[in-house]
Design a protein around this ligand. Structure first.
Ligand SMILES: Nc1nc2c(ncn2[C@@H]2O[C@H](COP(=O)(O)OP(=O)(O)OP(=O)(O)O)[C@@H](O)[C@H]2O)c(=O)[nH]1
Ligand SMILES: [Mg+2]
Length: 250
């Protein structure tokens, strides 16, 4: 089972209009500082936040109670004037957890109304997070042959292909910056990942390296995935192995 919390700014659209036309720079600064604060508060509790759309942030919140969420809401309300809601979903897969979170919000099911926290009643249990950290192999040499914006365009197309492929497998892909992606995965079957690698190699001529990590919390799963990815690089650079997909276990 995995637990996902979706954080959203309330009444953002109408509020942005009150800032007048000269507002874009203010919104960009607000969104960046909101993400920073959310990542900081959740990562202290071994969770990991994912940049989704800038006004909506996903968090793997395994192990966090409603009270823990309320504590974070209190801290955020001290920093931001804007209202935020959180909705918590649990599911067998990341896609299901995201759907459960969404339907609790739509049904107006509060776990803590005072703090704007929605969700179905939480079950404590066998929580686990699985993350696939994907990184383009040799993006520096690709970048040296293309202009910066052409590289960005390629990254967006890779992201779209990844999102579609993994959504079909109940998993959620996020762009993390540079040439890095993380997938909150329902499963980490190497044959399925290999299928995706074949697809992008055929379509875009790009190779990915994929580190897999599984742990109770989001932050630990990401750490294991990144360690696996770094190990792939070490093996490659030592000329020892041409492994593209690796899972290290703790
Ligand atoms: N989000 C995130 N970004 C990273 C990480 N490591 C590197 N980056 C970013 O990725 C960019 C590309 O770096 P690399 O992937 O090391 O470069 P590369 O040429 O593709 O080298 P290889 O991946 O080893 O083949 C860097 O400029 C950083 O922006 C990471 O762990 N997480
Ligand atoms: Mg790379």
């Amino acid at each position: 089972m995995i637990q996902i919390t979706i954080i959203k700014i309330t009444g953002y659209g109408p509020w942005t209009l009150t800032l007048g036309g000269d507002r874009e720079h203010k919104l960009q600064m607000l969104q960046a500082s909101l993400y920073r604060e959310i990542q900081s508060l959740f990562s202290e509790k071994r969770c990991l936040a994912f940049p989704n759309r800038f006004d909506e942030i996903f968090v793997i919140s395994n192990g966090l109670s409603v009270g823990d969420h309320a504590e974070i809401q209190e801290a955020l309300s001290k920093v931001f004037d804007l209202g935020l809601t959180m909705t918590i979903g649990q599911g067998k897969t990341p896609l299901e957890a995201n759907m459960r979170a969404d339907d609790a919000r739509r049904m107006g099911l509060f776990l803590d109304e005072k703090h704007g926290i929605y969700g179905h009643p939480l079950k404590a249990g066998d929580e686990a997070a699985r993350i696939i950290h994907m990184d383009v192999d040799g993006s520096t040499s690709i970048s040296s042959k293309k202009s910066p914006y052409e590289v960005s365009s390629l990254i967006v197309r890779l992201y779209a292909a990844m999102s579609e492929f993994f959504l079909g497998r109940d998993s959620l892909a996020f762009f993390m910056g540079g040439d890095n992606f993380m997938i909150i995965a329902a499963a980490a079957e190497k044959e399925e990942i290999a299928k995706f690698l074949e697809l992008v190699r055929g379509q875009y001529g790009i190779s990915f390296n994929c580190g897999i990590g599984t742990a109770r919390t989001g932050r630990d799963a990401a750490m294991m995935a990144t360690k696996s990815l770094d190990r792939i690089r070490e093996l490659r650079d030592a000329g020892r192995d041409e492994q593209r997909i690796l899972e290290l276990t703790c």
